[in-house]
Design a protein around this ligand. Structure first.
Ligand SMILES: O=C(O)CCC(=O)C(=O)O
Length: 245
């Protein structure tokens, strides 16, 4: 999977991970297969139940020598959903260790929603640049140390983040967001998602599998889906978060 993505990165001469940072599974069939992977879905089902929707997927790539990091945050803050029965599966495409900025999670923080602010730090890897506005430094931290092909799972309201890459090798993770199909968007805007298993009770417009890598129709669909998803999360972020500079 890493080789396939880096092949396209070389071929297109631009950073494929940032152009397709969000919902890459709508552009590449092999990523579509990963979000449907039975070994993952069986575990997800034990956690959120039989109606499984993929709300999104994101790449987190930390290159050598950069100061990029992920501020402490809760994923669900700006998803605009009416429930909390969801999670992120974080799949390592490279080793992910303390020295290259592995994912770090604060256990048991998923039981409440923390206030977030927007901190315009240019090195924040989060598209909305949100961060928890609350002291939580006394809570334990668990480093999710993974080899390529291994996953960690965190609840959509678990506080998590990661430090910069201090090592001499790239770190890449693919985060897949799964939610219970009975959840829906609360702000009246059209929400798109990939139905994985069971039902979504008409709550989402269903996303389609790309026919081949970088399929032209899939690229057009992807661009329109990303702009409507951005409207949803930006509306939530304007409603919920103060901006600091
Ligand atoms: O890859 C990372 O370091 C952070 C991932 C993350 O924040 C997420 O999955 O929401």
């Amino acid at each position: 999977m890493r080789q396939q993505l880096e092949y396209y990165e070389r071929k297109l001469g631009k950073d494929i991970f940032s152009n397709f940072q969000l919902k890459g599974h709508l552009i590449f069939p092999f990523l579509w297969e990963i979000v449907h992977e039975l070994k993952i879905i069986e575990i997800v089902e034990t956690l959120i139940g039989p109606n499984i929707v993929c709300w999104g997927s994101s790449f987190f790539v930390k290159d050598v020598g950069t100061s990029d990091f992920v501020p402490w945050h809760q994923d669900g803050t700006c998803w605009g959903l009416n429930g909390t029965n969801g999670l992120t599966v974080w799949l390592a495409l490279t080793p992910s260790k303390e020295d290259n900025g592995c994912l770090r999670v604060r256990p048991c923080t998923h039981t409440r929603k923390y206030e977030h602010i927007i901190n315009e730090n240019p090195n924040s890897m989060l598209p909305l640049k949100e961060e928890v506005n609350h002291s939580h430094s006394k809570i334990n931290t668990v480093d999710c140390i993974l080899n390529p092909g291994e996953i960690s799972i965190h609840h959509m309201y678990a506080i998590h983040g990661s430090k910069r890459n201090e090592s001499s090798a790239r770190r890449i993770g693919f985060a897949i967001r799964y939610i219970d199909g009975s959840m829906k968007n609360t702000n009246g805007l059209n929400s798109h998602a990939t139905l994985i298993k069971g039902h979504d009770f008409g709550n989402f417009i269903h996303e389609k599998k790309p026919k081949y890598d970088l399929d032209a129709q899939a690229l057009r669909r992807h661009s329109s889906i990303i702009s409507s998803s951005e409207k949803i999360v930006r509306a939530e972020s304007d409603r919920l978060m103060k901006r600091i500079h």
